[in-house]
Design a protein around this ligand. Structure first.
Ligand code: TYM
Length: 312
């Protein structure tokens, strides 16, 4: 059976529709056919977060979102990165194999430098931590949005570097990027992202969804509001949308209301499930997932430690 692996950084306390359609839903559709791992990347979040309380809170909330959205903890190893310290150990080994100019090409790092923002060494080295996440589990497939493509390429490069130095050890993982949801647009038409403030929360209250959808930027000259349509296309087929947008030509408010109704219809049942998942449930899920993930990572790490010459 092939292995599926994906992750999310808990820098916000709830997922948005970009996370959901870009990575979470593809994962939920795929996991029954694979041995599957879903990880909360809390070490990754430390590159930007400075509040321990917020990190704990976000981690619990994000796991609740995963489970409510259909990630079955009985069938998926659902865990947090920090429960498997082998990830940081493996990242160190990859860092010793790749060059500084190679890491300087990473988009996340380059974008920060271009904006004149301060970059910490954790952010700079981050692609090797993500390579460790993926490679420690002999992952075959990584379902992600387009913005993570380069990171999976970095993982392949890290695998090659290690294999060339120490002999065949790591598999070459492949990203799975769904064409129609590779870049889910936000309320302003740019990629939906917390840092742009253009998100629609997956588990927002009805009021929050109404507010976010009503704020979608529309071009007053166009017959069909492009940004509304782009988000609507995530929920309905082109044929269904053709009828709705024809019947409501130029009526932006009605089209936004139709979008709100469709988001509500999708989210309401998941929201109900979410209400019944307690903090204790989440902690139990993470403890169990952490133990299963760690057992697997330790096995791989034993082989790696022997090969690099630190285990006797
Ligand atoms: P993160 O937390 O930024 O995003 C989680 C997932 O959501 C996808 N995504 C989107 N897809 C389409 N359109 C959007 N607007 C959109 N916004 C977010 C992302 O592509 C991602 O798949 N580095 C990763 C977390 C990570 C990881 C891993 C992923 C850590 N280790 C190992 C896969 C495998 C990140 O920051 O994702």
């Amino acid at each position: 059976m092939q292995t599926l692996f994906t992750g999310t950084k808990p820098t916000a306390d709830r997922l948005h529709l970009g996370n959901y359609f870009g990575a979470l839903k593809p994962f939920v559709d795929l996991f029954p056919k694979y041995e599957s791992f879903m990880m909360v990347a809390d070490y990754h979040a430390l590159t930007t977060m400075r509040s321990g309380e917020a990190l704990c809170h976000n981690t619990l909330e994000v796991v609740r979102d995963y489970v409510a959205a259909g990630v079955d903890p009985g069938k998926v190893v659902l865990f947090k990165q920090s429960d498997v310290p082998e990830h940081t150990e493996m990242a160190w080994m990859f860092e010793c194999l790749v060059s500084v100019p190679f890491l300087m090409l990473a988009h996340a790092y380059k974008d920060k430098v271009a904006k004149g923002e301060e970059t910490n060494a954790g952010l700079f080295n981050y692609p090797m931590l993500m390579a460790a996440d993926i490679l420690l589990y002999d992952t075959d497939v990584v379902p992600v949005g387009e913005d993570q493509r380069q990171h999976v390429e970095y993982a392949r490069e890290a695998a090659s570097k290690f294999n060339n130095a120490y002999g065949e050890t790591f598999k070459q993982p492949q990203e799975r990027i769904m064409k129609d949801v590779a870049v889910v647009p936000g309320t302003d038409g740019r990629k939906m992202s917390k840092s742009y403030g253009n998100t629609i929360p997956l588990f927002g209250s009805k009021d929050e969804i109404v507010k976010a959808v009503m704020s979608i930027v529309t071009d007053s000259n166009a017959e069909s509001p492009t940004n509304v349509y782009a988000i609507h296309a995530l929920l309905r087929s082109r044929e269904e949308l053709a009828d709705i947008y024809k019947a409501n030509k130029g009526k932006y408010k009605a089209l936004k209301e139709s979008l709100i109704e469709d988001i509500e219809a999708m989210v309401a049942p998941m929201r109900q499930v979410r209400e019944y998942i307690s903090d204790d449930d989440v902690k139990r899920i993470l403890k169990d997932g952490g133990e299963r993930a760690r057992a697997r990572a330790v096995r791989k790490m034993n082989d790696v430690r022997t090969k690099v010459g630190i285990a006797f």
